[in-house]
Design a protein around this ligand. Structure first.
Ligand code: AP5
Length: 216
């Protein structure tokens, strides 16, 4: 199965990705995670993209598109993938379509997770992540058992630098300008699935599963 997760920052893409990976045995390809990994490890790519992430800006397409395909072309993605955070601009979507066409493969679903701006702000300001394994928490709705310590691996739980209010407001603005037009782009593709992401996590997951079963 090949799936794309669309939605604004904080919609729950990463949260749903964890359940979808397990359910369908998919490889989770998150461009945000790849960039953060490279920044943490101070690679050449990390040095190039650091300022974009800190400012809540998009990384230029030329650094993003080839990176995604190098991952999707690897053996581990042969049976399927779950793309989270890509495509994010019309030009990325067009390049992605060309690449799919060239390889003779098709998507099974573009899952558009919809959430109002006010709720996004509440979620992102409260989000905490494990610095080590990336597990996601929320300081009020879903805190780790011990404050600041990851339930999964015992790593340190922190706030993402780009979840500070000013940066996240900018990320939402960038989403509205650059990424929201993809909803129209995929509208008539036949594989668009719209989901109300303001519902509880399990309910969102069940809706996605049911929608993936249907012919579109
Ligand atoms: P990226 O890491 O992709 O961030 P994002 O799209 O802004 O998404 P988030 O990770 O913030 O949110 P999410 O939807 O995954 O929400 P989550 O599940 O964590 O990108 C970061 C940066 O990388 C970009 O700004 C850009 O610089 C760069 N980048 C990445 N891809 C790029 C590309 N293709 N091109 C150019 N640049 C790129 O949930 C959020 C919170 O809500 C959590 O606390 C969670 O527990 C909670 N929650 C989730 N669902 C629910 C629910 N149903 N009910 C209650 N709480 C919930």
């Amino acid at each position: 199965m090949r799936i794309v997760l669309l939605g604004p920052p904080g919609a729950g893409k990463g949260t749903q990705a964890v359940s979808l990976m397990k359910e369908y045995d998919l490889v989770h390809v998150s461009t945000g995670d790849i960039f953060r990994y490279n920044i943490k490890n101070e690679t050449e790519l990390g040095k190039k993209v650091k300022s974009y992430l800190s400012a809540g800006k998009l990384v230029p397409d030329e650094l993003t598109i080839d990176l995604v395909w190098s991952k999707l072309d690897s053996d581990e993605c042969k049976e399927g993938f779950l793309l989270d955070g890509f495509p994010r601009t019309i030009s990325q979507a067009e390049a992605f379509d060309k690449g799919l066409h060239k390889r003779g493969i098709q998507l099974d679903g573009v899952i558009n997770i919809q959430v109002d701006k006010e709720l996004l702000l509440t979620r992102l300001e409260g989000r905490r992540v494990c610095k080590h394994c990336g597990a996601t928490y929320h300081c009020q709705n879903n805190p780790p058992k011990v404050e600041g310590v990851c339930d999964v691996c015992g790593g340190k739980v922190i706030q993402r630098e780009d979840d500070k209010r000013e940066t996240l407001l900018h990320r939402i603005e960038v989403y509205e300008q650059e990424t929201a037009p993809l909803v129209d782009y995929y509208k008539d593709s036949g594989y668009m699935i719209n989901v109300d992401g303001s519902k509880p996590i399990n309910e969102v997951f069940e809706t996605i599963k049911e929608s993936l079963k249907k012919d579109r």
